[in-house]
Design a protein around this ligand. Sequence first.
Ligand SMILES: [Zn+2]
Length: 464
Amino acid sequence: MQETTVFTYRVSLSPTEWERASDTRRAAGDLWTRLVKIHRFCRRRHWPWPTEPQLKAHFKRRFPLHSQTVQAIIEKFCATIDGVRTKRKHGDKQARYPWRFRRYFNPIFKGQALKIQGQHLLLPLGRGREPIRVHLPLAMPSGTIAQAELGYDEIYLTVTRTIPDPVPVPSSKAGGLDMGVIHLGVVSDGEEALAISGRGLRSVKQGHAKAQAKLRKKRSRTKPGSRRRKRLNRAQHRASQKVDRITHNALHHTANQIVAFCLATGITVLYAGDLGTLNHKKRHRRSRRTNQEVGALEFGRLDLYLEYKLRRYGIQLIKISEADTSQTCPRCGHLNKMAGRTYRCRACDYRAHRDGVGAVNILNKGMYGAIRPGEFLVPPRITYRRPVPLKRALRRSPAEPRHVAGGISGGESGGSLRGSLDPRRSHSGSPRISALRAGRFKSRCLARSSQGNGPRRFPDARTR
Ligand SMILES: [Zn+2]
């Protein structure tokens, strides 16, 4: 089975290489801008749009880029246009054709043209031009490089590799996954549930949004092109990259935990709410605050990670519309508008923790096409986890017993991302979850937390 992943790493270039890389990114930006202009010109006059081969023929040898880079950018442009066109055909009038003129654009280098020389990757710029030399990552991912993209200070390597085919599982069992802000994911098979907290990530993002606002304000007082502005731009970029890495890491860990849950409970088909439609259709109906949260979460990314991670084990990810799944009562089918964190049905007085309701309803809907009342109730026990283990705790050796009551808790706010499994937090007695915990998660925190007596850091969050 072929698997394709994108591997990102940061590069530091010498001043001359940096200059050349910037020139290349600028040339790619020029090409993109030209494409946008041509497309807009034709569209406004109701002329037929130029096709991909026409564009390729037209822009051949006109930019200081490798011929395949030019082709790849044109292909990307055409793919974007096609995507927008289908979206618009399906009634999404918010979808907009590429319109922004780009000063810089990430040039794409195709695999055949790439060369590896010792510890360096050579990004070709076409005949008669020296290639750009960037170092390879210290730990190269296995597989072959199909494509490389040069960012501002990052390289994105698309790597394909052959992985063993998953062993088909004879039984078939379904699970439901609800993705959200408070919890990045809640997954359940109807008997057990696992919730991955999103509070930590949210707090990181909120802090970032505030810091960005401050920087923006400072930036507005500077002159264009000044050294001060350049510095502020760089600071802004660095900060957003950091948040991006934190998000990336948290979502990967979340996806891994969901996969482990599926394996432990034997789920072979996982239904998940399709958030793609939610993101833009209801935009105007939300408050600014909610909009910031929803937009910032990039739900699509978790899907993306999950999809390929699940595929490795032959688990199917099926997306269904998540309409009403958070409001319908799992017991009687009554629609309730919820405000707090506890679900309470007005009709039958069913009470459950709200996080589980979405997951079991998605499972229910996925299996029967619509929510069948009474089919799946929220499991009595929900295991709560955070995506990433505590950073501070990781520094200590795993053998050292944890007797610093309150020591770790001092610096940790309730919403810290750097949390791990607190023994008190998720003392689900379920044997399967325990097995899952013992076997799959080799987190050092876990090894230690099993020795018990951790300080109780989150009095409000326990197993419910
Ligand atoms: Zn009810």
